[in-house]
Design a protein around this ligand. Structure first.
Ligand SMILES: N[C@@H](CCC(=O)N[C@@H](CS)C(=O)NCC(=O)O)C(=O)O
Length: 157
C-alpha cells in the first residue's frame, strides 16, 4: 500500500519528505491540502496532524507529523545576508574536506537543504552559493540527482 503524504510540494517541509521517498524509491500518493481555504485547520486534517501544518504522513497504521518550532530571530546584529554568508563560509570550509556535509556519502544532512536552496537559487542573491567553489559544487552535485529533479519539478507553482 502506497504511503500517503498530505501536503503540497511547494511547501519546503513537504518537499523534504518527498525527496526522502524518491531517494528510497518508495511508492507514495500526494494528497493535496488546500491551505488557502484553511483545510489544514479543519477537524478532519487535525486528526492527522494536530499542529495543523503540512505535511502529515500515513503509512498503514503509522501516522507521522512535524512539530511547529518557534525560531528566535532576535540574535546579534547584521543583515540576514551577512548571517547567511557566515554560515556558508563554514559550509565552504567543511565541503573542502569532504564531498558532503556529513562525510563522503549523500545524507539527510544535505537533503534537508534542497527545498529552501531551490527557492534561494531563483533570487538575486544566488551568487552567495555560486561564488563559493565547494558550496557551488555541492549544490551542482545534488541538484543533478534524479530524486531532486523529480521533486523540484513538482515544487513549481
Ligand atoms: N516543523 C513542521 C513545520 C511545517 C510547516 O510549517 N508547514 C507550513 C507550510 S510550509 C504550514 O503548514 N503552514 C500553515 C500553518 O502552520 O498554519 C514540519 O516540519 O512539518
Amino acid at each position: 500500500m502506497a504511503i500517503k503524504v498530505h501536503g503540497i510540494a511547494v511547501s519546503p517541509y513537504t518537499a523534504r519528505v518527498l525527496l526522502c521517498l524518491h531517494e528510497k524509491g518508495l511508492d507514495y500518493e500526494l494528497l493535496p491540502v488546500d491551505l488557502a481555504s484553511g483545510a489544514h485547520k479543519q477537524h478532519s486534517y487535525l486528526s492527522l496532524n494536530p499542529f495543523g501544518s503540512v505535511p502529515a504522513l500515513q503509512d498503514g497504521e503509522v501516522s507521522l507529523f512535524g512539530k511547529m518550532v518557534e525560531l528566535n530571530t532576535r540574535s546579534s546584529g547584521g543583515s540576514e545576508m551577512n548571517k547567511l554568508g557566515k554560515v556558508l563560509d563554514v559550509y565552504e570550509e567543511r565541503l573542502s574536506k569532504s564531498k558532503y556535509l556529513a562525510g563522503e556519502s549523500y545524507s539527510l544532512a544535505d537533503m534537508h537543504h534542497i527545498p529552501i536552496l531551490v527557492y534561494f537559487m531563483g533570487t538575486a542573491e544566488a551568487d552567495a552559493i555560486t561564488s563559493r567553489p565547494h558550496v557551488s559544487a555541492w549544490w551542482d552535485d545534488f541538484s543533478s540527482r534524479p530524486a531532486t529533479a523529480e521533486v523540484t519539478a513538482k515544487m513549481k507553482l
